[in-house]
Write a protein that binds this ligand. Structure first.
Ligand code: SAH
Length: 233
């Protein structure tokens, strides 16, 4: 079986292509319709995949990556809607934990976001990985906020929804894959961290922001991943 140091997952091509472009000794493999590119970056063995949008594709990708490449850690990178006033377009959100804001069995008395079976709401992030990523962001001179990143199968684009995620989960950023990837890593006992650059404000104006700023945000998240891989020991 292959064995890599780091697995990197982005939902969209724009979130992974600049990393794949600088890899060496590349090998491609398609599993469950997802393209995995393995190879070397700064002397480390890595695998990078574009999983597609949403929690199901993200879970398929994370499980396939673990079973096929056996990484020591998985990082989810990409863009996100900002929920914290401290996060502006292009800034970086790093997860301390992640939640699934659309998981709701509350009519049965459960707290919002409870992941029945593992019986937690917040899936913790690996501290060592988070600290290395924060160091990489700071060295790049990009503003960085650490906190809860919230995932769900919806593009958050309203003040009400945004407020719900802040009030209920103390979320700093919202996206559609990170908590799914972290869930898969959690049950496989694998370290995981989510790193997202802000593409929009997750409110009524966000459909205006997103197409314009997605590219800038993806550039920043990619730069962080490269710096993290370079420093990885
Ligand atoms: N049909 C589009 C869908 C993009 S969805 C496409 O295929 O490109 C937006 C993506 O950016 C998701 O991967 C999500 O993780 C992230 N994202 C950025 N801003 C977001 C927001 N405000 N709410 C939810 N996800 C967001």
């Amino acid at each position: 079986m292959n064995k890599v140091d780091i697995g990197i997952i982005g939902a969209m091509k724009i979130e992974v292509e600049a990393i794949q472009a600088v890899m060496e000794d590349k090998k491609e493999r398609i599993i469950s319709g997802i393209l995995f590119i393995s190879g070397k970056l700064y002397g480390k063995d890595i695998v990078v995949a574009e999983c597609g949008i949403g929690k199901v594709f993200a879970a398929i990708c994370a499980e396939a990556m673990i079973l096929t490449y056996n990484p020591d850690v998985i990082i989810n990178t990409g863009v996100a809607g900002g929920l914290s006033p401290k996060l502006k377009i292009g800034d970086i959100a790093v997860s301390t934990s992640v939640v699934q804001h659309d998981m709701d069995t509350s009519p049965l008395g459960d707290p919002l976001g409870l992941l029945s079976g593992i019986n937690i709401v917040n899936i913790p992030t690996d501290d060592k990985t988070r600290e290395s990523i924060v160091k990489a962001v700071e060295e790049l001179g990009i503003n960085c906020v650490q906190g809860v990143i919230a995932s769900g199968d919806q593009f958050v684009n309203s003040a009400d929804k945004k407020q719900m995620i802040v009030d209920t989960f103390d979320g700093i950023a919202c996206e559609m894959e990170g908590a799914s990837i972290s869930h898969v890593c959690y049950v496989n006992k694998l370290p995981c961290c989510v790193v997202r650059s802000i593409s929009d404000g997750a409110d009524d104006d966000s459909h205006m922001d997103y197409p314009e700023f997605c590219k800038l945000a993806a550039k920043n998240s990619t730069a962080v991943i490269k710096a993290f891989v370079q420093q990885y020991k």
